[in-house]
Design a protein around this ligand. Structure first.
Ligand SMILES: *Cc1c(COP(=O)(O)O)cnc(C)c1O
Length: 385
């Protein structure tokens, strides 16, 4: 695999660590922005997928804005030099302090998720003598057919404003002097593999647009959120998501009004395949009818398998053995959920071998924590090694 050329560099480093192949990131960004330009769309990177400054800097340089879900993310985006006019801010529970941070920073848009939130943003904006631009994050009641933990667009999910509340919402906006409604926002889930889901979303958006027009409201912006899937099974063969099909699907199904701007919030699809978690095998332990490969990386470094039951491709990048064996690949943390893969086929594996867990650039390092008082994994990058 393509990681083998970095193995000599890896051997000198303390494990576990994140490794980012910035060539892959660069190619991904070029491909993605090519389609943005083709259709005249705008995009804001979902910072919660990866807030590593070096990664953010590359994404910023590629011309994308920032999609934030906390006041600290808004502040980080501002500190990193993102133009306030490219920063959007979503989240069901924005605190007063976070709202003030975003108002002070003069961000492009709050994506509002409830009636009480709209009221509070108006109050705070009024106190600060500002006007907040808002979009309504609508819950279109679409099942994204993805993992239940990362589905956000069904009516039973906590996200977004439901259709039946819209009359009341318009009344409140009309009475709020420090709020300006500029658009609609949607984000129906993550790791969405079925393009028909995005087609369905576009059709829903079309019907919402008609409803707003019937109420004499012109929407300048439509934001369709993120959600494009990556190939976790074959990351090496398939490092790029199907951006072309995605944007064609949007372009041919979304009815865009004259002068209207269309926005996206990609996270996972831009950064997942550039990242690897590299660790060493501490022990191979014999269990009942199975072998455990015990790594020095744990769920505190990469929580997706424990949290979502996510599967990542796992490779032994140093074993020269021709013999294949089956291992449960687990971490050292005192939790049974601390495992990366069950019955993983690897070349015969022993103490000291280097293991690469693939597609960990998104929701990997950024979710790292210090449970068991473990250190946070460091990051290294491809042109440097
Ligand atoms: C997480 C998130 C995204 C990014 O989702 P991906 O599946 O990583 O592309 C976009 N928008 C909002 C509001 C989010 O919360």
């Amino acid at each position: 695999m393509q990681l083998t050329r970095f193995v000599n560099g890896f051997k000198r480093l303390e494990t576990p660590f994140y490794f980012y192949d910035l060539d892959i990131l660069d190619q991904t960004l070029r491909l993605y922005t090519k389609f943005l330009r083709k259709y005249g769309y705008q995009a804001h990177f979902a910072m919660k997928a990866n807030a590593n400054p070096r990664i953010l800097e590359m994404i910023h340089r590629s011309g994308l804005g920032a999609d934030c879900v906390s006041g600290n993310e808004v502040q980080l985006a501002l500190d990193m030099g993102f133009d306030p006019d490219t920063i959007v801010y979503a989240g069901v529970g924005k605190s007063d302090r976070e709202i003030r941070t975003a108002l002070q920073g003069g961000i492009f848009c709050f994506n509002c998720e409830s009636i009480p939130e709209i009221r509070i943003i108006n109050d705070l904006a009024s106190q600060m003598g500002k006007t907040a631009r808002i979009s309504l994050r609508l819950n279109p009641n679409i099942d994204a057919h993805t993992n239940k933990h990362i589905t956000t667009g069904r009516s039973r999910d906590k996200f977004g404003i439901s259709e039946w509340m819209l009359d009341e919402v318009l009344g409140i906006i009309a009475a709020s002097r420090n709020i300006k409604l500029i658009g609609l926002h949607f984000h129906i889930g993550s790791q969405v593999e079925d393009m028909q889901v995005f087609e369905k979303l576009c059709k829903k958006v079309n019907s919402y647009q008609k409803w707003f027009e019937q109420h004499d409201i012109h929407l300048e912006h439509i934001n369709l959120g993120g959600g494009i899937a990556v190939d976790y099974e074959n990351p090496i063969e398939n490092p790029f998501s199907p951006f072309e099909t995605y944007f064609e699907t949007i372009n041919s199904n979304l009815e865009v009004r004259k002068g209207q701007k269309v926005h996206f919030e990609p996270g996972r699809a831009l950064i997942a395949q550039s990242g690897y978690l590299i660790s060493r095998v501490l022990y191979v332990k014999i269990g009942r009818g199975k072998k455990f490969a015990i790594l020095d990386a744990g769920m505190n470094d990469l929580i997706r398998p424990a949290l979502y039951g996510a599967n990542h491709a796992i490779f032994n990048i140093t074993s020269a053995s021709q013999k294949k064996e089956v291992y449960d690949v687990v971490g050292p943390v005192c939790e049974s959920a601390d495992r990366f893969g069950l019955a993983v086929k690897l070349p015969e594996t022993g103490r000291g071998d280097l293991i690469a867990i693939c597609s960990t650039g998104a929701y990997g390092q950024v979710m790292g924590m210090r449970y068991n008082q473990r250190e946070l994994a460091q990051a290294y990058y491809s042109p440097d090694l």
